[in-house]
Design a binder for this molecule. Structure first.
Ligand code: NAD
Length: 347
């Protein structure tokens, strides 16, 4: 396929245009702020409700603000003067979190309600919303024969309770702001994102980070066993963080993707057992597997159908899993050792 020309922020914006990024004390938005700074943008406003010392990463030259964006007035302040707004703030985590704290997940709708209205009032040119594969109908993810999820599979709707419904409703807000008010909104449905500076401990971490941490801990404490949630045969795809931020930039600046949700994820399907084997290989250790059948394990199978993103952008996430996991493992190992030595770590 001929390589397409995809406009990016660097070709659509002026260096001093204000880019607002929410959730920037967290994983993906923190990386996005760094990405735009590297592109040479001089006015980036990063916001999170977490106190600044708890942010996973802070980029020099980026204005960092601590504000709760479920509050309307804070959203108004956040969007003042914005040319582009990237809303990635959400109360979320891995399966362990979203199955247990559905109310918290649902409450994130307030962030999008106030952020999109504030971005609209501020006359921002574009608005980005980070949706999720959890917005897809769970009935289509129940057994091993299910196919990969394509964009039309969100309807008829039967999203993941709590978190998935919030994403689906927020997507609808974005689409209606476009339809009724002509406001340009872009929506990406992320499939599991992993990489350095992601949550790796504390209950909100996702499978790749949790498995890296468990292997590192087993090595450190000379443990022989690893606990796996469910039977380990559930399958997922995992996208490396660099692909995610690049994809966000491309999706935000693509005219064919206005108010049109698109998958942003890897389409390499892998079981949790296979994921454990790769991480064991990186750590140079083999552990006895103990399966916890009472732990949350989510849907049986979830993969990203990348036909649409390929067609529109001529691109899809492509960092090899082994390479991304190695970087992630090394970063978590550093964090683990740092914490053991009493240093302040990312999470
Ligand atoms: P994260 O938890 O690392 O970051 C989210 C940040 O939002 C946190 O730092 C949190 O403090 C902040 N936040 C929550 N409520 C807030 C509020 N009221 N005001 C201001 N800040 C608030 O999560 P992430 O992995 O970086 O995810 C970013 C976005 O991508 C989220 O919307 C998430 O739902 C979506 N997403 C992530 C994944 C993934 O695999 N990581 C998959 C699908 C969708």
């Amino acid at each position: 396929m001929a390589k397409k020309h995809n406009p990016l922020a660097s070709s659509c914006l002026k260096e001093g245009d204000l880019i607002v990024i929410t959730g920037a004390g967290g994983f993906i938005a923190g990386a996005l702020a760094g990405y735009f700074r590297e592109q040479g943008f001089t006015r980036i406003r990063a916001i999170d409700k977490k106190p600044l010392p708890e942010w996973y990463q802070r980029t020099e030259g980026v204005e960092c603000l601590c504000m709760d964006l479920s509050n309307k007035d804070n959203c108004r302040r956040a969007c003042e003067g914005a040319v582009e707004v990237y809303n990635l703030a959400a109360d979320m985590g891995g399966m362990g979190f979203i199955e247990r704290f559905r109310i918290e997940c649902l409450r994130s709708i307030l962030i999008n309600i106030h952020m999109i209205e504030s971005a609209f009032r501020a006359n921002a040119q574009r608005y980005f919303f980070s949706s999720s594969a959890c917005a897809y109908n769970v009935e289509l993810q129940k057994d091993r024969n299910c196919r990969a999820l394509k964009e039309s599979d969100a309807y008829p709707a039967m999203a993941e309770r709590g978190y998935g419904w919030e994403k689906l409703m927020s997507e609808m807000f974005c689409q209606e702001y476009c339809a009724e008010r002509g406001f340009e909104a872009h929506i990406a449905r992320f499939h599991n994102v992993y990489g350095p500076f992601g949550t790796w401990d504390g209950g909100r971490e996702k499978a790749p980070a949790a498995i890296c941490r468990k292997v590192i801990e087993a090595k450190d404490k000379d443990m022989k066993e690893i606990v796996i949630w469910g039977d380990g045969n559930q399958t997922r795809s995992f996208m490396y963080i660099d692909d995610c931020v690049k994809g966000i930039d491309m999706i935000m600046h693509c005219d064919e993707l206005i108010a049109t949700p698109v998958n942003l994820g890897s389409d390499r399907l892998i079981s949790i057992n296979e994921l454990v084997s790769i991480v064991e290989g990186i750590g140079g250790i083999k552990l006895k597997r103990k399966y916890d059948f009472d732990a949350p394990k989510g849907v049986t199978k979830r993969n990203s159908d990348n036909t649409f993103i390929q067609k529109i952008l001529g691109w899809q996430p492509n960092t090899p899993l082994e390479e991304g996991l190695k970087n992630t493992y090394e970063w978590i190992e550093q964090q683990y050792k740092g914490r053991k030595a009493g240093k302040l770590t990312a999470n």
